[in-house]
Design a protein around this ligand. Structure first.
Ligand SMILES: Cc1ncc(COP(=O)(O)O)c(C=O)c1O
Length: 301
């Protein structure tokens, strides 16, 4: 028997805060703590819970029974939406970037979505980029009927509002709170929830066309969610390691060493880049001695 209330999934909230004794930080007088959002829920870990839960609640209140959302071939967000659908009794439709994938065997991530009951709809990259155009949406409605639309990465005003709780849980716990950024929704909410004197730092994992593009997106999400731009937040743009899902030998070596030293599996697309960025910034003296940096562990391997 499923319940449409995400609270029925019993999330582990507030998520635990784990101090780590890491020489790359301590030698600069910096204390590192991990905000273990990856432990919130096995099927909706990290920012997936924080962003999806308010959208699921809104869907229930509006009486929507189907969710349609967008993602790439290995999207964490598609998997989380499919799992939420299975657990809470929503029909789910995933619009997947890349029509060349349609005839190919499903990768493990898309296979997981299908196993959770998601219907996949593959579209070419040009159509995917125009996903919010009225004609594209009209065609999707024509095909799938009524649905609640959740944007790529789950980042909308409700998601940003959901992520304010992450900031509130960290009040008084750190001077800087850092998070890896894809679509920017997590940073938008986190920054709005922090207390006075705390600052949020976003580490984009995509190589953006314009360095100001993500900045504008985060500000727009904050305006949509809160009516204005909130909190003290910045982006450190140089840590994408070549672009989305790209890896460098330095990144892999860093993540391997971190895993071995702290016994924490390090998700490579987002979390590894965040942690490497923080170690590099500590090395450059970006954090005052005596300060505490919290790294948000937004996902699992
Ligand atoms: C594990 C993980 N961390 C961080 C992010 C980035 O979050 P956002 O898209 O809200 O910037 C994502 C994408 O949603 C993710 O899957």
């Amino acid at each position: 028997m499923t319940s449409p209330d995400p609270q029925a999934l019993r999330p582990r909230l507030p998520s635990p805060l784990q101090p780590v004794d890491d020489e790359r930080f301590t030698r600069h007088g910096v204390r590192l703590v991990l905000k273990r959002d990856d432990l919130i829920h096995p099927a909706l870990p990290g920012n997936k819970w924080r962003k999806l839960a308010p959208n699921l609640r809104a869907a229930t209140e509006a009486g929507d029974r189907a969710l349609l959302t967008f993602g790439g071939a290995y999207s964490n967000h598609l998997r989380a939406t499919a799992a939420a659908g299975r657990l809470l009794g929503f029909t789910t439709i995933g619009v997947v970037r890349g029509d060349e994938l349609a005839g190919a065997p499903l990768n493990w991530s898309l296979a997981r979505c299908v196993a959770d009951g998601m219907e996949l709809h593959f579209v070419d990259r040009a159509t995917y980029r125009r996903a919010s155009d009225p004609e594209v949406l009209a065609a999707l409605h024509e095909r799938f009927g009524a649905f609640r639309l959740i944007p790529e990465g789950g980042s909308n005003a409700l998601a940003a509002q959901g992520c304010t709780e992450l900031g509130r849980e960290l009040r008084g716990q750190a001077d800087t709170v850092a998070v890896a950024c894809g679509t920017g929704g997590t940073l938008a909410g986190l920054a709005a929830g922090l207390g006075p004197g705390q600052r949020a730092l976003g580490i984009p994992v995509l190589k953006g066309g314009s360095p100001h593009f993500l900045h504008g997106t985060v500000a727009d999400l904050q305006r949509a969610a809160f009516g204005d731009v909130r909190g003290d937040w910045t982006l450190a743009e140089d840590f994408h390691c070549g672009g989305y899902a790209r890896r460098t030998p330095e990144l892999d070596a860093f993540a391997d060493a971190f895993e071995e030293r702290h016994g924490l599996p390090v998700e490579r697309v987002y979390v590894a880049k965040l942690l490497l960025a923080l170690a590099t910034l500590a090395e450059r003296g970006a954090f005052p001695p005596g300060s505490t940096v919290a790294a948000v562990v937004t996902g699992t391997i």
